[in-house]
Each structure stands twice: as structure tokens, then as C-alpha cells.
Unconditional design. Structure first.
Length: 393
């Protein structure tokens, strides 16, 4: 128990943030960040190690669960993501030894998004397997396989990512497959909706349509992104591609030919139902040093490193591609003793920019210049944390 109300306000305001989050429909992410900020900045907190485990392979943590040995062993709590077992030690929930998992995503849903007839859409793990070329959906609490589909007898898929967070996923074929080397195919993309898991389409990205200098492709936020030589990145509307080039809308388990083969089953797997015959209209083109460009949502800006000046991240307006005032941040590319710095938009759609250097973390705001009537923006530092000073104390 706290001794007085003043102690409650000053020491445990992270708890108040968590309580406030329960009554918010739109800003849960921001309340979580407020709570994290409270824990990091208050000096009167003491942390005690209660548990430790090592792994020879990747360790991933999402939604309060910890995945060891490339998703083979799962630790956490059975019912509550934030509460572990005795002594706050994570409990071993289950092992996924029947499949060799290549990569996975955690899919969760709010109560109002779940239909009456559902098979674990509330909490599930969507995995790409290595041994049998399947996409499987696993119940997040019990480890039970809810759904599985065969992908392709020809192409190997390894990468899985969100097209639209908690709504749509995309899986990409590997570059080194023989079918890619024998033809002009750069990448094969398969897209799915996840609530419930449904097949949207599969397409080939070919040099014939997208250019002989095309080297890679991906899908994010409904935008098809192609990477080219000379550090060029081009973007296209995936919805336009669906509307114009999709040839069929078969669902999983549908019969797709006269021989009785079903979509998502052996021996056929998935079917190419998006046939791109010419290059779609290009929405946006940019030349960037590392072929990485990131966009913000309202205000619409983007961050990238120009080819001619790779020592800087630059923040530009999407409307006219102009560099905003104070819009240059160092990349650390000339600091050979350390890794390259990072600059990214904060993922709460506030338009803030997070700049991570070797030992300094800075947050910048995209604010409107008061003297400008056209809403011109300026990048202004709002917060900085020097980790080297904290370490030396």
C-alpha cells in the first residue's frame, strides 16, 4: 500500500497509465509508451533479475511470450500476457517440434473483431515452415495447429511480414531458388488476409514488366515496392494491381481444376491468380543509399539517405519532395568504429522522428512554422537521452 496520494502520483503513475489504457479505444499504443517512459525515467526504480535462459538460435518476444530456438519452445503465461508464474518467472507453455519453423508473426484481435464462429483468430501464431513448405496457424496459448496449407512444390518461402498490421500478411520466396535463376523472375509474393486466414493472391515480379535492373520486391501498407540497381526504389498501388490483373478469386480448399485439386493442398498448393502483363503506374520513385525509405502518416513525409549524401538522413515532404527545415540527421556512416545510426518515424502515427546514434537517442517533432501560412514544417528536437552519461554515473 502507498502511504499517501502524493506518493501514488509521483511513483506509480505508470499504473495509472495502464488503467487509463483500458478505457481508450484508439490510443492504447500511446498509453503503453507513456508507461514505459515512466519506468525508464524515474530513478527510484530498482530492477532484479528473476529468470534467465539461453538459446543457440534466435530469441523473439511478442505480447508477453518468449520464443526460443526459432519458435520451437514457447514461454510465458497461459491466460495473461503480463503475468508470469511463481516469482515472476515465465512458464514453459509448449514446444513446436513437429515443424521446422522458418519465420512467424503473432496475430491478435480485439474482442469486437472476433466472429461467433472462430478457430483461434483471437490469438495465433502464423508460421512459415522449412521442412514441408507450409503456412500454418497455431493457437497461441495451447500450441494446437488450427490451420495449415501447402504453399508450392516449386518455390521456397522463408520471409513473412505484415502488409497491414494485424490485418494482412505477405510471404516472399527466396532469391536463391533455381526457378529464379532460370527465368526473369525476381520474387514471388503471396498475400493473405488473417481474420480469418484467407488467400488473396499470388504473383510473380518479373524483370520483363518492372525493368531489367529490378533486384528485389516487397509489399507494405498496400504498396508494392520494387528495388532496382543504382539504389532506385519504386512504388505501386497493390489495390490497382488486384483490380486489373487478378484472374480468379478462389478461396482456400476450393477445387481449382478438373482433376479435383484443391487450393492450398498438395500437390498443387497455391495458384498464381495475379498475372501482371505490363508495368503498373508508378506512384513514387526515389534514389536512396541503402534502398530504405520510410513514410509518416499525417503529416505525410518520408525519410531516406540520398545517394549523393549518404552521411545524412533527410526528412522530405511527400507533397513536393522538398527537404524540410532542419531536416538532416547524421547517419554515422563515417564513424567506422560504430554501427550505422537509425532514423525512423515513431509508430504511433504522431509524425515524430526517432534518431538513434551510438549512445544518444533523440526525438524530433514535425511542427508547423508559425510564420508560414502554407503549413510548412520544421524538424525540432523535443527530447534527448545520452546513454553514455547515464552509464558513467
Amino acid at each position: 500500500m502507498l502511504k499517501n496520494e502524493k506518493q501514488f502520483k509521483t511513483e506509480v503513475n505508470c499504473y495509472r497509465n495502464l488503467i487509463s489504457r483500458e478505457y481508450s479505444a484508439r490510443f492504447n499504443r500511446r498509453y503503453s509508451l507513456h508507461a514505459l517512459k515512466c519506468l525508464c525515467l524515474q530513478a527510484n526504480y530498482k530492477y532484479k533479475k528473476v529468470w534467465e535462459k539461453t538459446s543457440s538460435k534466435n530469441i523473439t518476444s511478442e505480447y508477453g511470450r518468449i520464443y526460443f530456438d526459432n519458435y520451437t519452445n514457447v514461454f510465458g503465461d497461459t491466460y495473461f500476457h503480463f503475468r508470469y508464474g511463481k516469482g515472476n518467472k515465465p512458464k514453459h507453455l509448449y514446444s513446436l517440434t513437429s515443424h521446422k519453423i522458418e519465420n512467424a508473426l503473432t496475430c491478435t484481435a480485439r474482442t469486437e473483431e472476433i466472429g461467433l464462429a472462430h478457430n483461434g483468430e483471437k490469438d495465433c501464431l502464423i508460421c512459415v515452415t522449412k521442412d514441408n513448405k507450409e503456412l500454418i496457424r497455431i493457437h497461441l496459448t495451447s500450441g494446437k495447429i488450427l490451420q495449415q496449407m501447402y504453399l508450392s512444390p516449386v518455390y521456397k518461402f522463408r520471409d513473412i511480414s505484415w502488409n497491414e498490421s494485424q490485418s494482412s500478411i505477405v510471404i516472399r520466396s527466396t532469391k536463391s531458388h533455381g526457378s529464379h535463376r532460370q527465368t526473369d523472375i525476381v520474387k514471388v509474393l503471396a498475400v493473405f488476409d488473417v481474420k480469418p486466414l484467407q488467400f488473396v493472391g499470388m504473383m510473380e515480379i518479373k524483370k520483363k514488366e518492372f525493368g531489367t535492373n529490378t533486384v528485389d520486391a516487397g509489399l507494405c501498407q498496400g504498396v508494392l515496392i520494387t528495388m532496382h540497381q543504382q539504389s532506385v526504389v519504386k512504388m505501386y498501388s497493390f489495390q490497382h494491381i488486384l483490380d486489373k490483373y487478378r484472374t480468379s478469386t478462389h478461396k482456400l480448399d476450393d477445387v481449382i481444376d478438373d482433376e479435383g485439386h484443391r487450393l492450398g493442398h498438395r500437390p498443387i498448393g497455391l495458384k498464381f491468380n495475379i498475372q501482371i502483363k505490363e508495368c503498373p503506374p508508378v506512384l513514387f520513385t526515389v534514389s536512396c543509399y541503402d534502398q530504405i525509405v520510410e513514410f509518416s502518416n499525417k503529416p505525410f513525409h518520408y525519410i531516406y539517405s540520398p545517394v549523393k549524401t549518404p552521411e545524412y538522413f533527410e526528412v522530405h515532404s511527400l507533397e513536393n519532395k522538398s527537404l524540410i527545415e532542419n531536416g538532416r540527421l547524421p547517419t554515422g556512416i563515417l564513424d567506422y568504429a560504430n554501427d550505422r545510426y537509425r532514423a525512423t518515424f515513431w509508430d504511433d502515427d504522431s509524425g515524430r522522428v526517432l534518431h538513434i546514434a551510438t549512445s544518444v537517442v533523440s526525438v524530433y517533432d514535425l511542427t508547423t512554422v508559425p510564420s508560414q501560412e502554407n503549413g510548412k514544417r520544421i524538424l525540432k528536437k523535443s527530447f534527448e537521452m545520452n546513454l553514455s552519461k547515464e552509464k558513467s554515473r
